[in-house]
Design a protein around this ligand. Structure first.
Ligand code: GLN
Length: 198
């Protein structure tokens, strides 16, 4: 499977390492031709406004939006989750997203940088052991639309959600060395979605 990591800003390297550990050989995506060459995309954690802005500058914004709308499997962590949400609360003025997930996320919902934390949480398909989740100025999901499956929650706020071909987590599995969520994306989300697209 040809998986790309959007490599404009954020923790690109960590996602690449996690994907390699899952047996795929990811490429970085900074140009439209690089996007066209991949079958699935990972949007890293970082700063959602910066990634959106750079995507515009690199002529990737609309192509990514279109690919997602046409069913390209995509996984976003933290800022990546924000970029996949159709609606944002506490957005920067004029902040746009790629969208695709019928959810409303609240940016920086858990507080400021100093309120970053880690927690062991149950993740739907990673049982029996919980997943160590790292939250860094993370969003949570405030509302979900139709067709959204909640995979993990903290204090009844969804922090991992999925619709058919789209997976998003508020936290950063790429930082922990536990690759179950990347594997879930590859095996459960992307592989099925790609078979469906063919
Ligand atoms: N707060 C950041 C944003 O709004 C996300 C933080 C992160 O990705 N760790 O984009």
């Amino acid at each position: 499977m040809k998986v790309g990591v959007l490599a404009l800003q954020g923790d690109v390297r960590e996602h690449i390492s996690a994907l390699i550990a899952c047996g795929v050989y990811p490429t970085t995506v900074r140009r439209p031709a690089e996007l066209a060459a991949v079958e699935a995309l990972v949007i890293p954690g970082g700063e959602s406004t910066t990634i959106a802005h750079l995507s515009q500058i690199f002529d990737l914004f609309q192509p990514i939006r279109d690919r997602i709308a046409h069913g390209m499997p995509v996984y976003g962590s933290c800022a990546g989750m924000i970029l996949l949400a159709d609606h944002i609360l506490d957005a920067k003025a004029g902040q746009e997203t790629f969208g695709g997930l019928d959810i409303t996320v609240r940016r920086n919902a858990f507080g400021r940088q100093v309120d970053s934390f880690e927690s062991d949480i149950a993740f739907a398909d990673a049982t029996p052991a919980p997943v160590r989740a790292v939250f860094i100025r993370a969003p949570w999901v405030e509302e979900i639309g139709t067709g959204i499956e909640i995979l993990a929650e903290i204090d009844s706020h969804p922090v991992a959600v999925r619709s058919k071909s789209i997976l998003a987590t508020s936290f950063h599995p790429e930082l922990t060395g536990d690759h179950r969520i990347h594997r879930y994306f590859i095996e459960e989300v992307a592989r099925g979605a790609l078979q469906h697209l063919q």
